[in-house]
Design a protein around this ligand. Sequence first.
Ligand code: S3P
Length: 433
Amino acid sequence: MNRTIQPAGALRGEIMIPGDKSISHRSVMFGALSEGITEASHFLMSADCLSTISCFEKMGIRVDVDRQSDTVTVHGLGLHSLKEPDELLYTGNSGTTTRLISGILAGQSFDSVLSGDESLCSRPMNRVIRPLTQMGASIVSEQGNGCCPLHISGRNLHGIDYISPVASAQVKSCILLAGLYAQGETSVTESALSRNHTELMLSGFGAQVKSEKTAGGWKASILPEPKLTGQKISVPGDISSAAYFIAAALIVPGSEVLIRNVGINPTRAGILEVAKAMGGDIKLQNVTSQGGETAADLLVRSSSLHGTVIEGELIPTLIDELPVCAVMAAYAEGRTVIKDAAELKVKESDRISAMTAALSAMGCDITATEDGMIIEGGRPLHGASVDSCKDHRIAMSMAVAALPADTETQIGDADCVDISYPEFYSDLFSLMH
Ligand code: S3P
């Protein structure tokens, strides 16, 4: 399905962002491995999180989904309670489901097969196959290309000290989850700190997890065989979803938008630093904290933005927001350079080429580089027909780019927003008057 986005006047009003995708996935996974009930409220009812639920249901876990109240109740039976699935575990478009579950499956006493949609089946899985194999797991990529389908035979695992070549929370989490079943301690060291929801949440469920900065980088370690206990989790709003409204309010003249209850965990909040560095007017209000996760309301007013450099340790803290950062850069005066972000090429699409093609079609001066993009901002953009590459974050970023343009923009396969934010268009339109 295509969508037409009309140029918009000032955006005004309040918006409540749906629950955080990373925390929603993890509440189901960790709840399934715990004893007792885990209740996650403000759960993100999107296609990706439903893929996670379906996988655990296939392994015998009861999950009650109440769409009226956005609450999910997981009836956990303990670390060793999963049953052998009698069909393939289908993970859809979700890299998080695939990579995190592979760590859990590696330590089970049964065999399983993991696969997903076309995009998922082109994403690199060697990054988890390699460390899990070092821990003693048996994982075979069916096509021999390091991608899904993956055939996983559960084995007795042993702990390793893994130096991760990428700063990736999916890789880190996969290894820590396998570490729950391994003999001895397991650790993962990464050069820059990726999102730490796994460390915070697993420790809240009762695991012994340690995080420290060492000479070699950021190290997370875990001890095996904890007794995990079900938790009540109030999922904060997803800053990755809030990012579209932050950007839209900043670039559409005359806008003022209050974005309620947004998770601002520092390992996720790089977008706020970038917006500030570009001259954006964002005020934090009503800061609260639960289970180590901080949330706040964000009051965002339109601002004259200027270019900046986005690089280094900041990258993992806004990896999913880089497409919409490119949109802010297109409307900012001067040059913005995004570098150290080669990971963008192996997300749901190649986000460097997807954003370069889509913003170029609107008249933006943008150049793809090996590890990012260079944007010469400040030119007026015009409406165009753009390809989302069936990637939810490209579709939402381009919907934002379309708002200050002079004519309407058509977004191809625009319904892919269902992956992380099914209500995106209606929430966006609710701010237009
Ligand atoms: C996620 C980690 C990130 C992010 C993804 C969700 C997670 O991937 O892009 O959308 O929940 O752990 P990487 O850590 O592999 O970069």
